[in-house]
Each structure stands twice: as structure tokens, then as C-alpha cells.
Design a protein around this ligand. Structure first.
Ligand SMILES: *Cc1c(COP(=O)(O)O)cnc(C)c1O
Length: 433
């Protein structure tokens, strides 16, 4: 089947690079914990003529005419999001995860307010108050993080910080936390200090849908997410929230809007203009897929695969931050090695294992090299890999790490073995119809 026949003709340079990237993605092990493969259906919706349409506003309340069909599309996306997560309200317009989080700030805080969040080196996201991000320059981050020794949240310590600093909002969510997050414990603290609790589930939404991770929706004021990580949707963000604001009288007594309305206003017109309807259609298609039993099985398998990969690596003598995983991700801890996380990530990539270097709790090395490598199993699971395949993956990782000083010699062999291995699997959006 000839893909992209028009592009091939009009813009061979871009066509050729897409073709190369497709081959690269289908012949390597995609272990970046925040990536995935979307289905052909999602690709078709995202590549549709819906990209032509302007529809500033919300369904049935637009500033442009001609929205009969796009209103129905956005409503489908909203209703599927609500159904999928059991949420009272959903906004599907954020262009990505960071704009979604920006809208959370605009809905809940005033510039200069305090929030509690994890600094990036602790596993937080840039938008949780990190100093180089708007969230760190316009608001005041009170930092917290996993305990440097156990790698897990110490709720007594977190409660102590919260009671002392009294932030108006607490972010709970991470880019590199391998353990389950007990949102109820955070909710208790938020109640005690009259703070909003916001969960950022960008990394783990499929695990929540599958029921293998605690659910933040019942106990959080707002839940923010991306749709392009393990949810296997387009590159975008969405926000789930309660309708009523339990803290309105304390912080917004002169305000007539409820929480859901404040979230919507913060996204549009607060931060964005026209919604990306082709992406919203892709999101609706991804939500539809996520409502199936097959998707729940996928969520369960992601964790089974991660646990087997972790056990195989531990058995080979590797250290993992926090001792292992009960999510999709783990962080190889190379603090005792004479190579850095960056050295390892580069050697792995040369060999066909694509991951990223990452800080480990208590990392003595700089964030530009680090002592860790983050690995996620959601894309391999999407390809159809099972526990025994994870043992093979652990074997290749081990070979790379053992041969790191002579990687130029060893990597072509491993790269070829991995390409052969990958060709046995069907990849959504690439080979699987
Ligand atoms: C990926 C991620 C985001 C932001 O996503 P972008 O779409 O890259 O802006 C926000 N929060 C967390 C926890 C993430 O992992």
C-alpha cells in the first residue's frame, strides 16, 4: 500500500523523512515512557479536513458559523471522556498537556500564589512549578518529592510541608515515578489545609482506565491529562473536573462561575483561540478505543510486562530507583557505574533501544548527564509483546551496558537482532490495519 501518495509527489523531502521515521519506529524498541503508537483510525481523524475549520467557543456557543457537525464531534469527545473516567465535566480543547496545566493555574490561582509540586529532578513536570517554566516564574512552587532513600512518597513529610506552607493548590502527578500514587492520602492533606488537589495523569491514564492504578477522579478537584502517551490518542491535552467548587467561598466569594465554568473559561478565551477539531476528532476516536475491554487488557499487560522487565533486570544485578515498579515505567539506577545515564541512553539508542536519560532520586550527577535511564513498556505492549519478550529485552539492555566502552563494535549486531525481532509484531498505525 502506498502511503501519502500526494505528499510523495509534491514534497518528496518531507515524504522521505516520514518514511524513514516510520521504518525507524518499526525496527527499534520504543521504550520512551511517554510515547505510543496510535491506530490508523486515530491517524485518519487527525489527518482529516477538520483541520480546515474555525470554531472558537464551545459546542452550541461558537463565535463562527457552520458548526453543525463539528459541535457533534466535540460533544462526542466530551461525553466519551466523561464516560471513560466517570468525570462530571470534561474539556477536550487544550492543545497539549502543558497548555492544559496552564489552564489549571488560570482557573484556580492568582499570579504569585503558592502551589505544592515536584521539581523536575524529583520526577515532576515542568508545569508543576519548575523555575524555567511559566509555572515557576509566575507562581511560587513549594517543592516536595519522593524520599531520597526509599524513592516513595512519605506522606508524613508531605503533610508537614503542606501544613507549614499552606499552598493553595497541590499537584500530584509525575513523569518518572514508578509506584502507585494514593490520591486519597493527598486528598486528606488538601482538605486539611483548604487547598485544591489537581492530579496530572498524563503518564498513567491507561492504567487508571484498566483499574490497575488508583483513580484520582473521585477525590481530586481537577484531573489533567495528555492523550498522546499511553492513551494512544493524538498529541493533545484534556481536563476533567468537578462541577461545583468546594472551596469557592474561601477563594472566589465574589465569583459567579462554578469550577467547570472556570476551567472552560481558562482554556478559551483565557489561553487559546480556535480548537483543533481534527485533533479533537482523533481524541474522540482514541477514547472510543479506550472504552473497550481490549484496552483494559492492554493496561493490565503494560504493568505485567513492566514487572517482568524489572525482575529480569534486577536478576542480572541492576539497580532500579525505588526498587522496581508497579506502573509502566522504571528507572535504571547507574549511580554505582562509571558511565552516566546519558552514556547508557546513547549506547542503547545506537543498538535500537530508544529511551531517555533521567535523574534518579538523590542523583549526584548533573541533570545534563544524570545517573538513570527511564524505560516504559506501553509501546512494546501495544506491539503485542508479553512477559517472555521482556526477558529478551532485558538481555539486550544487559548486552549494551556490558559493552558500553566498545559499543560501536557491538551495536550493529544488536540493532539487527532487534530489527528482526520487531518485524514479528504488528504495529497499530504502521502495519496493523
Ligand atoms: C507529558 C506530561 C505533560 C505535558 O505534556 P505536553 O503535551 O508535552 O505539554 C504534563 N504533565 C506530565 C506529568 C507529563 O508527563
Amino acid at each position: 500500500m502506498e502511503r501519502y501518495p500526494h505528499l510523495k509527489q509534491t514534497d518528496p523531502e518531507i515524504y522521505e523523512l516520514i518514511r524513514k521515521q516510520t521504518n525507524y519506529e518499526s525496527s527499534t524498541l520504543k521504550m520512551i515512557a511517554s510515547e505510543s503508537f496510535v491506530s490508523f483510525s486515530v491517524l485518519e481523524a487527525c489527518g482529516s479536513i477538520l483541520t480546515n475549520k474555525y470554531a472558537e467557543g464551545y459546542p452550541e456557543a461558537r463565535y463562527y458559523e457552520g458548526n453543525e457537525f463539528v459541535d457533534q464531534i466535540e460533544n462526542l469527545a466530551i461525553n466519551r471522556a466523561k464516560q471513560l473516567f466517570g468525570a462530571e465535566h470534561a474539556n477536550v480543547q487544550p492543545y497539549s498537556g502543558s497548555p492544559a496545566n496552564n489552564a489549571v493555574y488560570r482557573a484556580l490561582l492568582k499570579t504569585g500564589d503558592k502551589l505544592m509540586g515536584m521539581p523536575v529532578p524529583n520526577g515532576g513536570h515542568l508545569t508543576h512549578g519548575w523555575k524555567v517554566n511559566f509555572s515557576g516564574t509566575d507562581y511560587v512552587q513549594i517543592p516536595y518529592g519522593p524520599h531520597p532513600e526509599t524513592g516513595k512518597f512519605d506522606m508524613d513529610q508531605i503533610r508537614q510541608i503542606a501544613k507549614k506552607e499552606r499552598p493553595k493548590m497541590i499537584w500530584v502527578g509525575a513523569t518518572a515515578y514508578p509506584h502507585k500514587i494514593e490520591y486519597n492520602d493527598f486528598a486528606e492533606i488538601a482538605q486539611e489545609i483548604d487547598a485544591y488537589l489537581v492530579a496530572d495523569i498524563a503518564h498513567i491514564n491507561a492504567l487508571i482506565i484498566a483499574g490497575v492504578h488508583p483513580d484520582p477522579v473521585p477525590c481530586c478537584d481537577i484531573v489533567s491529562s495528555t492523550s498522546h502517551k499511553m492513551l494512544r490518542g493524538p498529541r493533545a491535552g484534556f481536563l476533567l473536573s468537578k462541577i461545583e467548587d468546594r472551596l469557592q467561598s474561601k477563594y472566589f466569594s465574589d465569583h459567579k462561575l462554578n469550577l467547570a465554568q472556570r476551567v472552560d473559561r481558562a482554556v478559551f478565551p483565557g489561553l487559546q483561540g480556535g480548537p483543533h477539531l481534527h485533533i479533537i476528532a482523533g481524541m474522540a476516536a482514541a477514547f472510543q478505543e479506550a472504552l473497550t475491554q481490549e484496552f483494559k487488557n492492554y493496561g493490565v499487560q503494560i504493568v505485567k510486562n513492566a514487572k517482568r522487565l524489572a525482575d529480569s533486570l534486577l536478576a542480572k544485578g541492576y539497580y532500579l530507583a525505588g526498587g522496581g515498579t508497579d506502573t509502566h515505567l522504571m528507572i535504571l539506577d547507574f549511580r554505582n557505574e562509571n558511565f552516566t545515564g546519558k552514556d547508557a541512553a546513547k549506547a542503547l539508542a545506537k543498538s535500537g533501544i530508544i529511551a531517555n536519560f533521567n535523574m534518579v532520586p538523590g542523583d549526584p550527577r548533573s541533570p545534563f548527564v544524570t545517573s538513570g535511564v527511564r524505560l516504559g513498556t506501553q509501546s512494546l505492549t501495544t506491539m503485542g509483546m508479553k512477559e517472555t519478550d521482556m526477558e529478551k529485552v532485558a538481555g539486550w539492555i544487559h548486552r549494551v551496558c556490558q559493552n558500553i566502552t566498545r559499543i560501536d563494535e557491538e551495536s550493529p549486531k544488536i540493532r539487527q537482532e532487534i530489527a528482526d525481532f520487531c518485524s514479528q509484531f504488528q504495529i497499530p498505525g504502521i502495519t496493523k490495519p
